[in-house]
Design a protein. Structure first.
Ligand code: GLU
Length: 269
């Protein structure tokens, strides 16, 4: 049977396109190899959450998460500077992962079952706890005083979800960054702000006219976030091994001491 020439041409074109997509898929499969070839890591980090990720007076991004990323770059690429940082916030960090804009995030992100349906997490590298910050002269003395109050949060954070559940009658004011959230608190637009004790600690260091209430009412295990699937498998496994090493050789404890020397987490649940 003789096929018309036009048919054969179309058939060959389809094969070509299919093989091209096949190649593209193959290349995309392994992010670890891609990073090795590229010679640098692209990490999504916070610019608004001292002491985990913030921009210093010298316009450099610094913090616990930044140091952690540099350790990872050193152990994968042999160079602490082989890393590019991209800013993420509480509400856009998952999209930055799923869209492939970053290789992973190191961004004060709590590992939760709900988030784990969309992205993959490393093992935890730090455990924070949700807390509340108020002005020193506030009448709010413990968490129960928050009922009916104006509470400031960062949109998309676990703190936002938890506080909405705990105080359905409170007025919740959400902001895109912690910088904006704290400015609102300072301007008196809210009575309290709630987030992880780590981030509150960072604000209080610079703003001693605010205090952190004693109670911690959640556990917030921080994990690095990755795109789901085979493509990130080798990278995730490698980073989990690196994290294990960093825990074993005392690096994670040193980072806690470097960035949060006086943070007492004995209240953590
Ligand atoms: N760790 C919490 C979270 O993942 C609160 C801090 C943050 O906004 O990153 O939502």
């Amino acid at each position: 049977m003789k096929f018309p020439r036009k048919f054969i041409l179309v058939f060959i074109s389809i094969l070509f396109i299919v093989s091209l997509t096949g190649c593209a898929k193959k290349q995309e499969k392994d992010l670890f190899t891609k990073i090795k070839e590229r010679g640098k890591i692209i990490a999504g980090v916070r610019y608004d959450a001292r002491p985990f990720g913030f921009v210093n007076e010298d316009q450099q991004v610094r913090g616990f998460d930044i140091d952690l990323c540099r350790e990872i770059a050193y152990r994968i690429l042999g160079n602490r500077d082989a890393i590019e940082f991209q800013q993420v916030t509480s509400s856009n960090r998952i999209f930055s992962i799923t869209s492939g804009a970053v290789d992973f995030t190191a961004a004060t992100m709590t590992i939760t079952p709900k988030r784990a349906q969309i992205i993959d997490f490393s093992n935890p590298y730090y455990i924070a706890g949700q807390a509340v910050m108020v002005p020193k002269d506030s009448e709010i003395n413990d968490i129960s005083d928050l009922a009916g109050k104006r509470i400031i949060v960062s949109l998309g954070s676990t703190s936002e979800m938890n506080i909405r559940q705990m105080f359905p009658d409170a007025e919740i004011l959400g902001f895109r960054t912690y910088t904006d959230a704290f400015s609102a608190l300072r301007a008196g637009r809210g009575d309290a702000m709630t987030t992880d004790d780590t981030i509150i600690y960072g604000f209080i260091l610079e703003n001693p006219e605010f205090i952190m209430l004693k109670e911690r009412f959640t556990q917030e295990p921080y994990g690095l976030g990755f795109k789901k699937g085979r493509e990130t498998f080798v990278l995730r496994e490698t980073i989990d091994m690196i994290l294990e090493d960093l825990a074993r050789d005392g690096t994670l404890t040193r980072l806690k001491e470097k960035w949060m020397p006086d943070l007492d987490n004995s209240n953590n649940v």
